[in-house]
Design a protein. Sequence first.
Length: 343
Amino acid sequence: MLAAARVTLKLHRFEVGVAVVAAIAAAVLGLIIAVRIDALGVSQDCLDRVRASQDGFSAGEDCFSLVRAGSGILGESYLDGEGTVPLSIMGALPFLLGLLGGVPIVARELEARTASTAWSLNGSRVRWLARQVWPVGLVLGTAIVLAALAAMPVAEDFVAWGHGGESSLIGLHGPLAVVRAFGAFGIGLAVGALLGRTLSAFLVGVALTLAITFALGEGRATWLGSMEPQPIVTYSAETGEYNGIPGAVATSWGWLTPEGVLLLKEDARQLATQAGVPPADPDDVQDTPAAIWLQEHDYTEVSLGVTDEMALGWAPFDGLTFGVVGMVGFAGTIMLVNRRRPA
């Protein structure tokens, strides 16, 4: 069994090697970030003071300098990302690793026209597939686990430094990152078995993972929008202003009356209309005429949405989706391998 595993790993040494090196590099980078952040010795009180201040300087020069240094260490490439499909190291790694490992297992045999020989030497194609999958899966599974574990303390610092909430890091560290890699591995296996061409299958696999990630993002936005919005700001007696609750996810906005009563934007617009304020231009999403009138009458605009704890409720959906995708990919691969007639 070990001899067969070594042959399999040797056959796929390029893809496995690239994936392992990428995972190790990500793990090392995560450990370096965590160690450098810990070495700063920034207290939670300092972080809270910087977050509560408007410009950071009122927290003290030394404290502000340390927090700014920590923010620079965290950077914007390891966990953070921008765009419709946020791109970051830990955002891309599970999918890259899964596809690199899964695509060539069946596709390479079909592409090289050696599948018929390989299958004829085994009593069962399913057993052949299992022998090919387990060594690659074990090596890459270990690699992604190490990278996902190394990302966990960085994620904690990311939240503590006020870069975002835990809900913004779903799937970027810990068990859910491993589940995403499993889903991508299943996609790679199935697409490789279907197309029989490694490069084509890899490109299709990338497109599929991007599509699933985009669909999940849209689903999350819809799910958050379906939840009853609440003010995600707190009033600061020191500054006399409203500050956002750390990690909260904004989904809309509303207005507080001078008496402190919350009005949804629709109700606030109705008050402005009754006072003779003209409708806004179709392209004016912020409804500037109503906003000006409301501010002149001592109404305060506040963000509405859900807390970070509420938004974290999306995590099981993310894990379930990629878990099911991975299992469907494995099941589809078994079916294709059993039914396919190699050239």
